[in-house]
Design a protein around this ligand. Structure first.
Ligand code: F6P
Length: 364
């Protein structure tokens, strides 16, 4: 097999703290341990379709470990197989995968590192079928990539959301209010669950456990009977009532996943206040959760993922995704993450643990 000399890297999907740590780790280890050259594509697969990016040198990645976002740029609305050249005309779509292959070959790349969530990783898998040699690195604050117990970005987002929950306690306690904190996570409740447990939430609402308004209000009244005249509710943006539906914030035409969730906390706040008579407020944390410097944990995980991705390439192991399995860094076939998001099992240990300390899930 021809020795690797040149690789590409791209970051795709919503930004997450730790992306720059991966870019840095890949570039440094590729240059330092193997003498390879690394080309960074701009704005995920858009850069590969258009052939835009730059060669990354040691100096380009020096000092970026602590920076949030991605120096390469990203997008979560471009799919090379159903591509929109100009987002003012979202209906003008085409299959741009041939452009991707052409640009990859033009630079004589031997492999590509695709850093992203399930959408980016699935695109990478489809590209591997067209002959590109890919290694995936799982990223997302949602922690919902199938095949890995953990993604980088999640720990930082959970820290940010937990700090918000801590702060909301002040007003909740002083005003005897119900305070809702809405966090991201799409169809997976990991971020709400983690934030609720770490942030002392009284009720946690996640997509995997549909709630009943009456059960939430009963929990609030039960707390009042015990002398706790305030409640913190951590609600996932994808939470929905039993037999009901999610609240959609907006649809993004042309995006592989067009629906953006958000706003359930506003709906619930009004319903809870009406039903209990207790003053209720909501906070939607939004993109604050994706920003800021990565936590030491995420820097460590992202750097480990980066080194492992380069190691896989060096060993000729292509079309795999680096991952955490049983707490150790490993890898799985690149076909795994695209299957469906990894969601919270309603009867799993963290849920049972939370219930055992009196946290409600709005279902009983
Ligand atoms: O997947 C990451 C994520 O932040 C989700 O938690 C959220 O639903 C979505 O992206 C928001 O996307 P956008 O940045 O397009 O609003």
């Amino acid at each position: 097999m021809k020795r690797i000399q040149r690789i590409g890297i791209l970051t795709g999907g919503g930004d997450a703290p730790g992306l720059n740590a991966v870019i840095r780790g890949v570039v440094k280890s590729a240059i330092n341990a193997h003498g390879w050259e690394v080309f960074g594509y701009y704005d995920a697969f858009r850069g590969l379709v258009n052939g835009t990016g730059k060669w990354l040198h040691w100096d380009d990645v020096s000092g970026i470990l602590t920076q949030g976002g991605t120096i390469l740029g990203t997008t979560n609305r471009d799919n090379p197989f159903d591509y929109v050249d100009d987002h003012r005309y979202p209906d003008k779509r085409r299959d741009a995968s041939a452009d991707v292959v052409r640009n990859y070959k033009k630079l004589k790349l031997d492999a590509l590192v695709a850093v992203g969530g399930d959408g980016t990783l699935h695109c990478g898998y489809q590209m591997s079928k067209l002959g590109l040699r890919i290694v995936g690195v799982p990223k997302t604050i949602d922690n919902d990539v199938r095949g890995t117990e953990m993604t980088f970005g999640f720990n930082t987002a959970m820290t940010t959301a937990t700090e918000a929950a801590d702060k909301l306690h002040t007003t909740a306690f002083s005003h005897h209010r119900v305070m809702l904190l809405e966090v991201m996570g799409r169809t997976a409740g990991w971020l709400a669950l983690g934030t609720g447990i770490a942030g002392g939430g009284d009720v946690i609402l996640i997509p995997e456990i549909p709630y009943r308004l009456a059960a939430i209000c009963a929990a609030i009244r039960e707390r009042a009977r015990r002398g706790k005249h305030f409640s913190i509710i951590v609600v996932s943006e994808g939470a929905k009532p039993l037999g009901g539906d999610v609240v959609i914030r907006q649809t993004v035409a042309g995006s592989p996943e067009a629906i953006r969730l958000g706003g359930i906390s506003a709906v619930l706040a009004q319903q809870i206040e009406e039903a209990t008579g207790i003053e209720t407020r909501y906070t939607i944390l939004g993109h604050l959760q994706r920003g800021g410097t990565p936590s030491p944990f995420d820097r460590f995980l992202a750097t480990q993922f980066a080194m492992s991705a380069v190691e896989l390439l060096a060993h000729g192991k292509f079309n795999r995704m680096v991952c955490v399995q049983k707490g150790r860094i490993s890898s799985v076939p690149l076909s795994v993450p695209g299957k469906a998001p990894r969601t919270v099992e309603p009867d799993s240990h963290p849920i049972r643990m939370a219930r055992s300390i009196g946290i409600y899930f709005g279902d009983e």
